[in-house]
Design a protein around this ligand. Structure first.
Ligand SMILES: Cc1cc2nc3c(=O)[nH]c(=O)nc-3n(C[C@H](O)[C@H](O)[C@H](O)COP(=O)(O)OP(=O)(O)OC[C@H]3O[C@@H](n4cnc5c(N)ncnc54)[C@H](O)[C@@H]3O)c2cc1C
Length: 306
């Protein structure tokens, strides 16, 4: 029930406007968001790199409503890619196609994303296209496939699959056949029973099944979860199949299970931290609260302590 409430809250435009403009809101978001500026994201990246972790930086934002906003979002990605290169950081970028204007103009979003991927390819970096709600699944995968097939882009752009979606196994098999890198996660949106598993046990079972397909595929994929059971199952499978730690990576969100992130690095596994930054943090934060309502208490306690 809490999950549904917070996901509904994440979609409220009015609350989003109020929260993102308030000083209190910015303080609350600080637990899961690295800051408001590119410089904040780069500082956080440097800190994670020093801990032996790689990073994917996300300029927060989604569902822009006009072309200018979409172009503005893309500008920050170009700046990020240049800064990552200049500072020799171990980081790539993650973006959402609705942030690049997918709701406004499909062709424009494709062009903007293509320019970002071309930039990343020139400096031998990588762009992850995040997965959003199911109304975007097919279009997002079509864009990733299209970009990946362009000259010089192979291996420079990757997709995300959500284990709660019934279709993800066939998507995983198709993407693996094309050697497209996948980030596997459970899925953060509210989807109907016709297309998505509703019970945690079913989502978890599908996650493990998909993780095994990815690990066996020979392409470098990301296993994105904070769930110790998913991590244990992935490690057990890698060990049983003699799949080395260098063949894949774990991924976690900034500020979530930092203890587990550090433990995995100590144990010799690859760990990439997803670092979100920017002023448009509200829907992202609400989805994190949906995953773990206890985070509300956690944030409240931290604020009282300051
Ligand atoms: C790197 C990364 C990228 C992602 N990209 C996408 C994407 O593109 N599209 C998408 O739909 N979703 C994305 N997600 C979110 C994902 O789909 C899940 O909603 C989220 O990761 C929670 O699922 P879980 O696997 O951690 O397991 P859950 O079953 O939700 O949780 C298992 C355990 O993990 C811990 N935990 C989980 N979440 C939190 C939290 N917020 N705070 C504290 N502890 C927590 C708790 O101990 C919990 O008991 C991404 C997640 C990660 C880690």
């Amino acid at each position: 029930m809490f999950r549904t409430i917070f996901i509904k809250l994440s979609e409220s435009k009015r609350l989003r406007r109020v929260a993102e403009r308030s000083a209190m809101g910015r303080r609350v978001s600080g637990r899961f968001v690295a800051g408001m500026s590119v410089a904040d994201a780069l500082d956080a990246t440097q800190r994670m790199n020093a801990l032996g972790m790689s990073v994917s930086i996300d300029n927060l934002g989604e569902n822009v409503t006009n072309v200018e906003e979409a172009k503005e979002s893309a500008k920050l990605y170009h700046e990020l890619i240049d800064e990552i290169t200049d500072r020799k950081l171990n980081a790539n970028v993650s973006l959402k196609l609705t942030h690049m204007g997918l709701d406004v103009d499909d062709a424009l979003a494709r062009q903007i994303a293509s320019d970002v991927v071309a930039h990343a390819a020139r400096v031998e970096n990588f762009v992850r296209i995040d997965m959003e709600g199911s109304q975007y699944t097919q279009r997002t995968l079509d864009v990733v496939r299209d970009l990946h097939s362009r000259p010089g882009h192979a291996g420079r752009v990757g997709a995300v699959l959500q284990a709660y979606m019934h279709r993800s196994q066939s998507d995983a098999e198709a993407l693996c056949a094309e050697k497209i890198r996948i980030r596997l996660c459970k899925g953060a949106y509210k989807e109907p029973a016709e297309i998505a598993f509703q019970d945690k046990a079913d989502v978890d079972a599908n996650f493990v099944k998909l993780a095994k397909i990815l690990l066996k595929s020979g392409t470098y994929h990301g296993i994105a979860t904070h769930d110790p059971k998913m991590i244990e199952a992935t490690i057990a499978f890698a060990r049983a199949e003699n799949i080395p730690a260098s063949a894949f990576e774990f991924q976690m969100l900034y500020g979530v299970r930092r203890d587990l992130q550090e433990q995995l690095v100590r144990d010799g596994w690859g760990m990439r931290v997803y670092i979100p930054f920017g002023t448009e943090w509200y829907p992202y934060l609400m989805r994190r609260l949906a995953e773990r309502p206890a985070n509300v208490l956690f944030i409240a306690k931290n604020m009282l302590r300051r």
